[in-house]
Design a protein around this ligand. Structure first.
Ligand code: NAI
Ligand code: MG
Length: 494
């Protein structure tokens, strides 16, 4: 959408450029990317049987970074066979203490290669370097550290029972946190004694392939981890493969439902982590400036490419105007642009398709009569970018209040009583996360018991820790990742 043409409602004047930052791009000279990446199967990189490759693009410049193998059914079969062999001959027989050492080694190697991983994450996916450097990569390492500690203590996860691994896990992950989602999937599976075939998203395969190198460097027995790249058909071949015992998927609700249907009637175990439409609820007694920062952090950082993003703002009616005024000012100061610039707050939208989806939903908000407010940030001439945006005058039936936009777009609604806030917050098909901003801890507890959301943050938002479980209610999926609860999908009690 053209930034000025469709703008309705009260717009702030474009700000005088008070805060100009000199460019501060992260140096990329320590990163050596290959022109082509192969599949990682049975401990080695090898060409796909398909003979096909697809390009992965830098979404901030629209240039091709590298080409990546496109795995077909025969390739997936080769990976699952390697994983099965490694499971039966090596990994399931290895004492937990020994397995844990490998998982620790992966964590340490991620730390050693942190800078390179952060740069590649931002190049391939478009997220700001300060996010990949300070959030994605450290959390990925922390996840491996945390689950390494569980590897020899699994029986304690199931009091009174003995824990047994499941076999081969087939895991499919999305593009919004490519390395972190790989860590969320691999770390508990490996600690529990399963072997893995992982498929990263087609727009962001590179950090998973660097992780494959790390796994090689850590001398994991061949076949314990296999990484196959490709798009939807590769994912479908993996989850449908009869040699897979457990499927874990993070991505869109649509694909999640398709996988659930495909697996019905099989003995495969399944966990799904799907979309969200989180409510960020701000009471009149909240610390307003802190809440505004929390709202901004919840939806604009990372371009809103977060399944638990606070994409619906529910404000108590009496503070609606002051919050809107502050938000308008705040979004003008968000720096949108080069993901590799250390000052950038909002980077590139992950793909052309995603940008089109955001534009389409924003247009639906405008045509349904909501008032749009958009930052006047000058967007780069190339690449996929979208200015931070919010809508007022939104009611619950509007599409922008119900559908996951997955972009830097916020819908503002109001409430008068806590009961109304709960009802509105719960009024979506999703239930992944929520935020509550108030001066009264009792209100946080009162509300969090009534919210149908897997994670509820009090006076903060989007905070993650490997010890704390994460997952959804309703169409946001089932199963938990993180914490002791995150072991259960990879174990059975005997
Ligand atoms: P998607 O669900 O199509 O992709 C996620 C992963 O699933 C990718 O690795 C993809 O290759 C794979 N996949 C696609 N079709 C498959 C199939 N039939 N069987 C097995 N695997 C399959 O998500 P997409 O199209 O990239 O994004 C669409 C929307 O989904 C976004 O606009 C956003 O609303 C939502 N989304 C939610 C995420 C979350 O973390 N909950 C992450 C990414 C997207
Ligand atoms: Mg890419």
């Amino acid at each position: 959408m053209s930034k000025d043409a469709n703008v309705q409602g009260s717009m702030t004047k474009p700000p005088k450029q008070g805060w100009l930052y000199a460019p501060s791009p992260e140096a990329t000279d320590n990163v050596r990317l290959a022109p082509r990446y192969e599949l990682f199967v049975d401990g080695k990189f090898s060409a796909p049987a398909s003979g096909k490759y697809f390009p992965t693009v830098n979404p901030s410049t629209e240039t091709v970074i590298a080409e990546v193998a496109d795995a077909n059914e025969a390739d997936v079969d080769r990976a699952v066979t390697a994983a099965r062999r490694a499971y039966e001959q090596v990994w399931s027989k290895m004492p937990g203490k020994e397995r844990g050492k490998y998982v620790y080694r992966i964590a340490r190697r991620i730390q050693e290669r942190a800078r390179e991983l952060a740069i590649v994450e931002s190049l391939d996916g478009g997220k700001p370097i300060k996010e990949s450097r300070d959030v994605d990569v450290p959390l990925a390492a922390a996840h491996f550290f945390y689950y390494a500690g569980w590897a020899d203590k699994l029986d304690y996860a199931l009091p009174g029972r003995r824990a047994r691994s499941l076999g081969v896990a087939g895991q499919v992950i999305p593009w919004n946190f490519p390395l972190l989602m790989a860590a969320w999937k691999l770390a508990p599976a490996l600690a529990c004694g399963n072997t893995v075939v992982l498929k990263p998203a087609e727009t962001t395969p590179l950090t998973a392939l660097l992780l494959a190198q790390i796994i090689q460097e850590c001398d994991l027995p061949p076949g314990v981890v296999n990484i196959v790249t490709g798009a939807g058909p590769t994912g479908a071949a993996l989850v449908g493969h009869p040699g897979v015992d457990k499927v874990a998927f993070t991505g869109s609700t649509d694909v999640g439902k398709r996988i659930q249907r495909a697996l019905a009637g099989t003995s495969k175990r399944l966990t799904l982590e799907l979309g969200g439409k989180a409510a960020n609820v701000v009471f009149a007694d909240a610390a307003i400036d802190q809440a505004v920062e929390g709202i901004v952090n919840g939806i604009y950082f990372n371009q809103g490419h977060v399944c638990c993003a606070g994409s619906r703002l529910l404000v108590e009616e009496s503070i609606h105007d002051v919050i809107v005024r502050k938000l308008k000012r705040r979004i003008e100061h968000l720096r949108v642009g080069d993901p590799l610039d250390k000052n950038t707050d909002v980077g590139a939208i992950n793909s052309k398709e995603q940008l089109q989806k955001i534009r389409m939903l924003v247009e639906s908000g405008v045509s349904e009569g909501c008032s749009i407010h958009q930052s006047h940030a000058r967007l780069p001439g190339r690449g996929y970018f979208f200015a931070p945006t919010f809508f007022t005058g939104v009611s619950q039936s509007h599409r922008i209040a119900q559908e996951e936009i997955f972009g830097p777009v916020l819908s503002v609604l109001t409430f008068r009583t806590p009961e109304e806030a709960v009802e509105k917050a719960n009024n979506t098909v999703y239930g992944l996360s929520a935020g509550i901003w108030t001066d009264k801890a009792a209100k946080v507890f009162w509300m969090s018991r009534r919210l149908r959301a897997g994670v509820v943050w009090g006076n903060t938002f989007n905070k993650f820790d490997p010890t704390s479980p994460f997952g959804g209610f309703k169409e946001s999926g089932f199963g938990r990742e993180g914490g002791a609860a995150g072991l259960l999908p990879y174990l059975e009690a005997v």
